[in-house]
Write a protein of this length. Sequence first.
Length: 453
Amino acid sequence: MMDQDTKVISEAYQRTVEEILSIPKFASEKHDHSVLQTYLAALGHPEKGIRVIHVAGTNGKGSVCRMLADMLRLSGQRVGEFYSPHLIRLNERIRVDQREIPDEDVTTFYGLYEKVRLEQKLPRLTFFEVLFVLAMLYFRKEQVQDAVLETGMGGRLDATNSIPAALYVITEIGMDHEEYLGDTIQKIAAEKAGIITGSSPVVFHTGYFGGKNERGESPADTVIQARATEMRCGSVINCNKIEVLSKEVTSVGIDFSFRNDYDKYDHVFLPTHALYQIDNAVTAITAIPYLCPDKDREEIRRLVLESLQGFLWEGRMEQVCPGVFTDGAHNPSAARQLAASVKRLAEQEGSSRLQLIFGVSGDKNISSVFRELAAVRWDRVILASPEKLLGMAGEIFTQDTRIETAADLESALKKAGVKAADVEDAARERTLTIVTGSLYLVGELKNMELDYD
């Protein structure tokens, strides 16, 4: 039974979360960073004394943040983490040493923000800016030494860009949020590269979405290199040029080896079936020496291998029950990476039937996403989305693919046979079911109390 104090905290927390969630997520005009800096100054500069690692990109930035945070924590640092979006609870976005911010701290720090806003008659912050302020206040309370910050969208105008960073990391860049970031890879890359505001080291792994030039560079590479040169960054590493020597997918994960300019890593193990996590791991491994200058190569190698063995990032090719995986792929480049992972997993597991459950939130470039996913020969596609997607799917997926619609995710899961006793039948038939389309869909799936016994 809930005691009175716990009940009061719970009720205050629910009111606070409702108020935060009511704040618009996308403003027509973002504030100048000076507004956010005014808030931080009024709150006693909670960001002071914290070493910041700033990570931007279209795909993979959350995974790289988690990998770097795990490595730093294992090295002995107290680490704050700031993510976007959350899957189920708002608290997931703000963590210290992997633990989410407590409910009472969300309420307390939001109250401090509101107090400053009213007393100094400051403009209201946007949804993401408010959460950023809460994160900084919580990090100060917990006396973190390092803060790994994931941009919400873009980078140049992001709240996370209002404070200086000791290291800039940029992950894969593809087409997404074009209405805000631009309609070409170059324009999107410029927004991501906007996190480079000083001369700190830059590590990037943009992938090759958009092709390569005669020098083997992607359009995003040249934009980032130009920005780093403009800001006179002392060290710039392009991880696209790092050679992955081998990769083996097993029933329990991925074993790979690679060589960069400084070292060779043999048999790095990742407990995931997501092939795209290899690129993210290469990025994090290449970046970590900049953050551990007092450690020798063998010490860094040990903490890298040990931390990655326990790596987990929810909603990224995550197995939620036997034969059922979920992934937040919601743009063409992420869908391409997912399709490659599904094909390899199906081959590894000897799957004879492949099912796709697809749901999307908001307006996305669905046709391009479908074209990437169609690289997999699906036996069945179930659209947990509006009927308008049915015609588009019919034109893109092969004629051998059975395409259906469902009113919602729960109905789609029932159609796919992902329920209780049916799971045993699905396992015998070696059916592989992938649930994807958005991280919100992933959160909805993970929040369901489905019986898989």
